[in-house]
Ligand binder design. Structure first.
Ligand code: ADP
Ligand code: ZN
Ligand code: ZN
Length: 789
């Protein structure tokens, strides 16, 4: 008996439409196309790559088009990941095709390009043309396409503005655009250069370091890997070996660590989904508990996923993992090139890699037999993706663990309010590490009221006398200092004293920040840059002033006070290159830098024993943001920053400078008192019905013309009027950043008692936008938003 072959497939296509599309399978493909494979399908006048969700032989009433080609002989997404995609699409109200697009791992191996081809009617027209050099450009395009399909760059080399010329030709149905994906080997050229380099040096039997290679060849590490795959060179993991002092062997767990670990191990053995909240103060040794849990999972034949915030994935962290688990580790990092990622993806898929460490998107790694999922620093905002699909890596990780029957661990010293709330509702089992390892004390924290400092010194200073004295003292003792100021640039804005004018971005409704070393005024939202003005653009006065210190200025002023100190800065400006961030941290760790100045980057996760003083230059930045999470974020940042002090043998101290010494976020952070902060914050959330007491979403509309944005926002307002039962609608109103990247923005905030009603409301908005044929990017739906600006 022969099974009936599937005749159709349901395909998720990367377009912002909330449904699957049915295609017919050509006979030759019927036995080869499986769910999870990518196929190329005609879509309008284009060809797109979609993912097959299922195949079937159910009768279809209407006519459907045929699949053009199959891209994978083997599914790239397994059932588990397809299910995860459906969950994301549903929960975050995102089109399934766009969700899947973000999950596809091998984008890097193909190059997307658009080719233009003649249709049959177009070919007939072209045949009748007699082309001369002075023919009109549209005819010349038809002539060029008659030879063979061409891409835009080629056409542009022959005629001016080909895109505009093509538009009417496509409209008439003479030309069709075809999105193609070409397989490519981006590494071939680099690998060839590298090979030459190896051959010439190899004769001398020399080993090459990655850094040296980096100077010779772009993307050296990828290229080297490619060569290694061909057996031409041997890679040694030297660059991944932990920096000095990090190759420690497993310490004996202390009592708290051990009891946490025993519970986790018991759960791993039971192999029934469960979530643990590992709440451990800074320096309590959470990482060691992760490492042991991973060992336990591996011993049970299961694989493990460890997620870390973007910035925490330093060589030090990766080094620890390589030291423990060797070749079984795969690291996924957005800074890696596509090809490198694709290589890791394969190692995971075929089971060579069993411990997967990575940032947000690692949650989509093709791990088989998943037994343990760990989300380190689970409160960190970088787990939230700020573009469609706007998923939260932590929450998706929990769903993935649930679907796989795995154990999940959420770790933090400052859990997100929602997470801690779930633990109190017994959704998660709470494990706590209340003390630092090796009887190390928590740092002592002092608050310096900068208003009092001003009254006493009559000077507007960046540093208080106390902070400067402390810094000097620590340097004399050959200890190290970290200074936090969570704002980049030199001064945060420019204002005219004569007329009050501020210098704004051309594309956004935000002030430009002064970057002195670059001699530019920069927009931190869109990157717009302007010259530093010497007079006011509005009134011509030269009484302009630069106010508000940023990290660049802190570094500069510090040089004046401490001319012999070795000072470095770590923020997005100074750490622009991929290696540079690691390099700065590494020199700091080695003791080649005395003081590290930086933004929130320096507060995260680093374990540098010789740091005995942490100074917060101004704790108030961020507190005044129109965002209900402002207090929570400040508390977390300050507590985490304080937690960098005194992680070695010498006890640490912290100085927090502030203009709001009585604010609860600052007081409780200074006391390192999570418990009381949580209670207070929860009260406020309950009172105003913010998460965790409501399901929350931010709906944003954007358009280049203000009237259009306003009109769309008003229309959505009508759709939600009267508000559905159990939903509270706030807005439409101008978004806090009313204009961003040349688009005007209006927002509607929705609070719902139940998630299902929220989802329904959001879906009705999506349906409305679809019906009205709004531009794909005009409507943004952000479920569980982290950023409300
Ligand atoms: P956390 O992530 O909780 O802030 P870490 O995991 O970075 O803390 O641990 C802090 C330091 O303590 C690390 O250097 C780690 O190697 C060390 N450590 C962890 N557990 C122990 C232990 N049981 N005994 C001694 N040192 C430990
Ligand atoms: Zn002026
Ligand atoms: Zn801007």
């Amino acid at each position: 008996m022969v099974d009936e072959l599937p005749r159709y497939c349901e395909v998720a296509v990367p377009v912002p439409v909330d449904r699957l599309f049915t295609y017919e399978l050509p006979l030759a493909l019927r036995h080869r196309v499986l769910a999870g494979c990518r196929v190329q399908v005609p879509f309008g006048s284009r060809t797109l790559t979609g993912v097959v969700i299922r195949t079937h032989a159910e009768p279809i009433a209407h006519e459907v088009r045929e699949v053009s080609s199959l891209r994978d002989e083997e599914p790239v997404l397994d059932r588990e990941l397809l299910d995860l995609a459906s969950w994301i699409a549903e929960y975050y109200c995102a089109p399934i095709g766009e969700v899947l697009k973000g999950m596809l791992p091998l984008g890097g191996e193909t190059r997307r390009s658009t080719r233009y081809v003649l249709t049959d009617p177009g070919r007939q027209v072209a045949r009748q043309l007699i082309l001369r050099p002075d023919s009109d450009p549209a005819s010349r395009i038809l002539g060029l396409l008659e030879e063979r399909p061409r891409g835009l760059p080629y056409l542009a080399s022959k005629v001016a503005k080909p895109r505009e010329l093509l538009r009417p030709l496509i409209k008439r149905g003479w030309v069709a655009a075809e999105d193609r994906e070409e397989d490519r080997d981006p590494l071939r050229a680099a690998a060839e250069r590298l090979q030459a380099e190896f051959v010439s040096r190899g004769e001398a039997g020399e080993k090459l370091k990655k850094q040296e290679l980096g100077q010779q060849v772009k993307r050296a590490s990828e290229a080297a890997r490619a060569l290694a795959r061909r057996g031409l060179v041997r890679l040694e993991m030297e660059s991944l070996r932990p920096p000095n002092g990090f190759a420690r062997d497993a310490p004996i767990l202390n009592t708290h660590q051990d009891s946490a670990f025993q519970e986790i191990r018991a759960a791993l053995e039971k192999a029934v989904f469960q979530t643990f909240l590992l709440e451990g103060v800074t320096g309590s040794g959470k990482t060691e508990v992760y490492l042991r849990s991973i060992e336990a999972a591996l011993a049970l034949g299961k694989n493990a996923l460890l997620m870390v915030p973007e910035i925490a994935l330093t060589p030090a962290m990766a080094g620890q993992f390589f030291h423990r688990f060797g070749k079984q580790v795969a690291v996924l990092h957005s800074a890696f090139g596509d090809a490198e990622r694709a290589g890791q993806w394969r190692r995971i898929r075929n089971g060579q890699a069993r411990v997967i460490a990575g940032t947000r998107s690692a949650v989509f790694a093709p791990i088989q037999n998943l037994g343990l999922v760990i989300v380190d620093e689970e409160h960190d905002g970088s787990y939230k993706q700020e573009e469609t699909p706007r998923y939260h890596g932590r929450d998706v990780a929990l769903i993935r663990a649930r679907n796989a029957g795995a154990i999940a661990i959420l770790g933090s010293a400052t859990p997100a309010v929602e997470t801690r709330f779930n633990a109190s509702q017994n959704k998660y089992r709470r494990l706590s590490l209340p003390e630092r390892v090796a009887q190390r004390p928590m740092p002592t924290v002092k608050i310096v009221d900068m208003r009092v400092e001003f009254l006493q010194t009559k000077r507007q200073a960046t540093f208080s006398r106390e902070l400067l004295d402390q810094i000097k003292l620590r340097l004399e003792q050959r200890e190290q200092v970290m200074l936090l100021l969570n704002r980049r640039g030199f001064s945060s804005f420019m204002v005219c004293r004569a007329c009050g004018e501020r210098l704004l971005c051309e594309n956004c409704s935000v002030v430009l920040t002064h970057h002195r070393r670059d001699r530019r005024m920069l927009c931190h939202y869109c990157g717009f840059a302007a010259k530093v003005p010497s007079t006011c653009a509005a009134c011509g006065s030269d009484h302009i002033q630069f106010l508000g210190a940023g990290s660049e200025r802190v570094e500069n002023e510090l040089h004046d006070y401490l001319p012999t100190a070795r000072i470095a800065r770590l923020d997005r400006d100074s750490a622009a290159g991929k290696g540079s961030f690691e390099h700065i941290l590494d020199s700091f760790r080695q003791g080649d830098i005395d003081i590290l100045v930086g933004t929130q980057m320096i507060a995260k996760g680093h374990d540098i024993p010789n740091v005995t003083l942490v100074g917060v230059v101004l704790a108030d930045i961020g507190l005044g943001m129109p965002d209900f999470r402002a207090a929570e974020r400040s508390f977390q940042l300050l507590t985490q920053a304080a937690g960098r002090a005194g992680r070695g043998d010498t006890p640490g101290s912290v100085i927090i400078q502030t203009l709001n010494p009585d604010h609860y976020a600052i007081r409780f952070a200074a006391a390192q008192d999570y418990e009381h902060f949580y209670e207070k914050e929860l009260e406020f959330r309950k009172w105003l019905r913010y998460p965790p007491y409501a399901a929350f979403a931010n709906v944003l509309v954007r358009a280049e013309k203000q009237e259009e944005a306003l009109r769309m926002a008003t229309q959505l307002g009508y759709v939600l009027n009267p508000p559905p039962d159990g939903i509270r609608v706030m807005g439409p109103a101008e978004a806090p950043v009313a204009r961003l990247r040349s688009e005007f923005r209006y927002q509607i905030l929705l609070k719902a008692v139940k998630r299902s009603t929220l989802r329904e409301a959001l879906r009705s908005l999506r349906a409305f936008a679809e019906k009205e044929k709004w531009r794909a990017t005009a409507l943004v739906i952000d479920v569980d938003p982290v950023n409300l600006m």
